[in-house]
Design a protein around this ligand. Sequence first.
Ligand code: ZN
Length: 254
Amino acid sequence: MGISFFYLPAASMAWGVLGHRIVGQIASTYLTPKAKAAIGKILGNESIAMASNWGDFIKSDPTYDSISAWHYVDIEPGLSKEAVIDFLNKDTAVDAYTKINFLVKQLKNGQLPAAKKQFYLKILIHLVEDIHQPLHVGRHEDMGGNKLKVSWFTMPSNLHRMWDEGLINFQELSYTEYAAAINFTTPLQRKEMQQKNLKAWIYDSYQVVDKIYAGIQPDEKLSYQYNYKFIAIVNQQLLKGGIHLASVLNEIFG
Ligand SMILES: [Zn+2]
């Protein structure tokens, strides 16, 4: 626990390109006008959706090697809610939880130089999205499912990649079509989701991890039934990610 590991180059990297953009696109629909204007000033012509992938793209640049451990938080399996919250309260590792807190604090400081502000904002967007991919909060022993090989129809894959992109790509929608298809909440749901904090969001993902591991076998051949079983949870995580990202951004800039 708390020991960092590297995703191998061949391993997949968090929500795939599409997943990140879907969350970013949904987030942009819940921003206050003030937050929207402030973010527009920082990102220029780039939308939140398109800026979402930058945190993964920079993994190809050795300059940014030190932030590879920012994308996930390792929490051991089988903990109660209280134990997860307690773990996070004491967490001092370099991980998604401590770095999201760091970035929020930095961005609330109006004195940041423009380049740094843009860097921090893009990474913050990416990391808040990442922690809603459940396999970014567990498990350490198989690198968030990267080491658990499965096949997806006829293609070799792994559990992590299934949740990054296998299920999402299977829907055959663009990110704007996908966001439009799932972005439905009631005002009450939005209020409830926004009242939770980062620790609760991580705990929500943590609970999904148990469901993902229940019954999965190494080398299992996954296909239509896996989509049927899990697509609603994937969509729920994408939607929650968008609403939560908007609430973080509104808190900072709104
Ligand atoms: Zn990532």
